[in-house]
Ligand binder design. Sequence first.
Ligand SMILES: Nc1ncnc2c1ncn2[C@@H]1O[C@H](COP(=O)(O)OP(=O)(O)OP(=O)(O)O)[C@@H](O)[C@H]1O
Ligand SMILES: [Mg+2]
Length: 225
Amino acid sequence: MIDVRGVVKGYLEGGRRRVVLDGVDFTVADGEQVAVMGPSGSGKSTLLNLLGAMEPPDAGTVRVADEDLTSLNERGRTLFRRRRIGFVFQELNLVPTLTVLENLLLPLELNGALDTAGRRRAGALLERVGLGDRGGGFPENLSGGERQRVAVVRALVHRPALLLADEPTGSLDAAAASDVLSLFAALRGEHGLTAVLATHSSAVAARADRIVEVGGGRLREGAAA
Ligand SMILES: Nc1ncnc2c1ncn2[C@@H]1O[C@H](COP(=O)(O)OP(=O)(O)OP(=O)(O)O)[C@@H](O)[C@H]1O
Ligand SMILES: [Mg+2]
């Protein structure tokens, strides 16, 4: 599903270039669910952004779902993201002027795939994270953890091949976090969902098939959490 080779990514800061990822290789098999750990600022979100075609690397290749992301232009990356990727942003990025349900239907609408089955799926997923009765409310009236669960559902509603989730359980209590992780596991069974989760939580990492650690610009297979 994922094949990253020799990826370098840095940012300009005050005229100087700071390298965040410095020659990273990373592979993930279809259906595998991998946790990415590492200190704050080490490059976990940067890696997820590259995998989700949010931005291109400075060097190296990123292949996801049989697509060479480094060969896509901006339009190509946008379409790839919409169709194949579910992204749970660290800052959630729910649209405040849309209701919860409207937020969930947005990915389907952007794909021209807003049909009865899609609506039903959105409702069923919302139910599965315990928010079945909140679809008509607005994000600002939800708690942080409730908003996080909505963001998780929004990332899944169009049945992405790859879920990229940046701290998807950061504001959840242990029970709600466990429910969300069980949902990911169930969706792997239902449609082969592959997932890469950035997390600081060893409880989350322990439920993944594999842990990798980012640090010092490199990525290494991590020990069990
Ligand atoms: N768009 C950007 N412009 C400039 N610097 C950036 C940008 N995005 C990330 N960085 C820098 O890259 C480094 C890695 O950031 P990143 O967000 O990937 O870390 P992280 O591992 O996700 O951290 P956290 O655990 O705090 O979320 C940081 O030093 C950050 O300041
Ligand atoms: Mg981050």
